[in-house]
Design a protein around this ligand. Sequence first.
Ligand SMILES: Nc1ncnc2c1ncn2[C@@H]1O[C@H](COP(=O)(O)OP(=O)(O)OP(=O)(O)O)[C@@H](O)[C@H]1O
Ligand SMILES: [Mg+2]
Length: 375
Amino acid sequence: MEPPFLEVKNLSKKFGSVTAAQDVSFDVRKGEVLTLLGPSGCGKTTTLRMIAGFETPDRGEIRVGGKTIASARQRLFLPPEKREMGMVFQSYAVWPHMTVFENIAYPLKLRRVRGKEVRERVGDVMELVGLVGLEDRSAMLLSGGQQQRVALARALIYSPKILLLDEPLSNLDAMLREQMRLELKLLQRRLSITVIFVTHDQVEAMTLTDQLAVMKDGRIEQLGSVEEIYVRPRTRFVQEVIGRVIWFEGKILSEDHGGVLVGLSANEGTRIQCAQNGEGFKKGDPVVVSIRPEEVKIEMDHAAAGLNLVPCLVETAVFLGDHFECHLRYGEADFTISTSRAHPLSPGQKICLRLSPQSVHVWHKSELPVSNVKT
Ligand SMILES: Nc1ncnc2c1ncn2[C@@H]1O[C@H](COP(=O)(O)OP(=O)(O)OP(=O)(O)O)[C@@H](O)[C@H]1O
Ligand SMILES: [Mg+2]
């Protein structure tokens, strides 16, 4: 297997008493995209800035192509301009008093590149990001998407080895965001460039990434492919960061190696068998049982009784063209599921949800869910 191109080892950074990053480690291969995803303040920008060289880590190391570019132990910190990285900042500053051409050429000017080479390189990246024809436009007169492209072109002008993108799409409206998301993906593929991408938008994370690192309180909570993280989240926090979840409160009735049996709080007669290993749970523990909405099966017979059946009331059913979005209630829990047009539900209807033991996750109730992740 190809060796890692970017190696980040145990990066830690404190600002006064605030731990912004702690033991952040990951490897990225050449041409791969790694996304840092997590709520505001979890340390995404700090991690990116340490990689770019704008922040010195208190502990840890960074290597690119086997060469150490930062090491707290060796007191070695290569300055940003020697790291051959391009960065698009969270608030992508384009300089309003300059034209598009001048904005993009600026990093070359700083490095004393002159004349024909500047024109050629700027021309190349402008074509790459779709800005041809806007050379002489004042940056002040650009739309959000165009400013975004200028920032991207400026980061690419030096043919960086690694592209660092800090929420580059967050200032755009929904439509443009979707378009730029795809453009960015195509551009990344075309250039086969290694990218570290920061976002707190799960769709962006899922579109662009090879590896996903879910961060919380300065730490990487889980690292893996999008699918691994979606299907096998290690914590309740990770499960809620990506995709939708339905959850019910309950307590452990019994546990063994084959799984746990949970009685739901709203009605202890509703019992859910979960295939998840019962280790770490004991009888009486308060827990949360969760499942992805697409994993539940609808049983039209409300009176159906038995294990893993949850009786629900349909509160609303909204027709959205290709499917229905139905709001359901079970005791205190309310949640949304999609049903196909062929199987409409109507408000007031009583149904049962069947939760298969393999699809259900059980978490300790004390494990807190995500509170401030934007979707
Ligand atoms: N220069 C600084 N001085 C003091 N505290 C800082 C500094 N930079 C970041 N922090 C703190 O470190 C923590 C992590 O900040 P960081 O900017 O890395 O978060 P983030 O994940 O990028 O958040 P957001 O999604 O809001 O951009 C926060 O608590 C923040 O207030
Ligand atoms: Mg940030």
